[in-house]
Design a protein. Sequence first.
Length: 214
Amino acid sequence: MARPASFLLAADVLSAGGQTKATPRSGGGEPGAKLLAQIDGEPMLARILAEVRAFGPALTLVVLGHGADEIERALAWTDEIRVRNHEPERGLSSSLQVGIDALRALPEPLDGAFIVLGDQPRLEAGTMHALEAAAARLDPADRSVILPRYPAEEARNPVLLLRPAWSWVDELEGDHGLGGLIDQRPDQVLIVAVSGAMPDIDTPSDLERLGLRS
């Protein structure tokens, strides 16, 4: 399905989190180091951003926090907008709020945003296209959240939040994402079957299990 010229989606890449487990080879266990774990010769976050670029959102916003200076130096940036979460210790909710607030402040009349996690290197542009195509056919007043359903796991990322659902982020506190609110409002959610998988990467064994090289 061709993308409607007036349907504009951003990608909000959350890359501010701390480090709570053993880090893949990336320079140690410092907070934020996980995102620089080398996968097939490139940092994990770079791999994710390459898939976002392949999708081609109207704009990409990257929320940095722990390890932000190191991440800024390590990646070859293009036109991504980088913002800082100055209180990443408040948890995932704080990064979601920083990202959505930054998107709200932009003059671009965005229709929605993909919430992309910086530690999920199996992200595929094709998944984003599938969610976009489903969203383009919706009335956002009826359903404003589009989720992928993978064949063999319960992962639900990336989440596509159409603009009416951005207010959900204001309700979050602590180290919580959107899962609880999504579960409470199933009538607002459209689920799209996709291929692939979307595991988190926390330890070197996670890389080995997925057949990725550090």
